[in-house]
Write a protein that binds this ligand. Structure first.
Ligand SMILES: [Zn+2]
Length: 215
């Protein structure tokens, strides 16, 4: 095969993955459950690529697909919530119910009798308690990456929640001498100029990209 620029990039990223002591993965909207693409198989591929590594994943997705690919739940934070969990639509309580529990309650809040609604950032009165324990696990994990070979793989994130991944990821890499940021996406793959040699923006669908890197 011809050694094109694209191949060079894949080789470089594969090499960075194998050398990294810590891998932080950020998953954006390109990883949303989709009728046309079977995202399950990409989650499985991701697991295959990072399972031997000390990794942590932050996802903007709320469809819960990430929990079905064998990835370690203790290494996943989903700050935008999970459609399989329920909360009171009025946010009258910080209680969160799983699907069956919500069903047993006939989708009615036992405290105020308002409807139960999925526990996601789309909810006007979003109860953040659902994801906070894992967010704490994430920040603790992140504090242990200082001065370690950290690879940050940001895959397919847009600009809906830049304060969750995009900006803090850049900051993390900027302050860690051994860190590197690889941002992949169809539209928002650009990295800020201050990153200099510490980052690479790749204009490609992040699922397709992972498929090449996982080969
Ligand atoms: Zn209520």
């Amino acid at each position: 095969m011809e050694n094109t620029w694209e191949n060079e990039i894949e080789i470089q990223i594969k090499d960075r993955i194998s050398r990294a002591e810590k891998i932080l993965v950020g998953l954006g909207e390109e990883w949303k459950k989709d009728q046309e693409r079977h995202v399950e198989k990409y989650y499985e591929l991701l697991n295959h690529i990072i399972k031997e590594k000390d990794y942590f994943i932050v996802t903007l997705n709320t469809d819960g697909m990430i929990f079905e690919a064998g990835l370690d739940e203790k290494r996943i934070a989903a700050p935008c919530g999970n459609i399989h969990w329920y909360q009171c639509e009025a946010g009258c309580t910080k209680d969160i119910w799983e699907e069956e529990e919500a069903g047993a309650l006939n989708m009615v809040c036992p405290h105020c009798k308002k409807r139960l609604t999925p526990n996601t950032a789309e909810c006007e009165n979003y109860i953040e308690e659902g994801y906070l324990p894992q967010w704490k696990a994430y920040t603790e994990w992140l504090s242990r990456t200082l001065n370690k070979e950290l690879l940050v793989l940001e895959l397919g994130a847009g600009f809906k929640y830049p304060s969750v991944m995009r900006w803090p990821f850049e900051k993390t890499v900027f302050f860690n001498k051994k860190a590197f940021l690889c941002r992949v996406g169809e539209k928002f793959y650009q990295i800020s100029e201050e990153m200099g040699e510490k980052g690479l923006g790749i204009c490609e669908n992040s699922l397709n990209f992972l498929m090449k890197v996982g080969k």
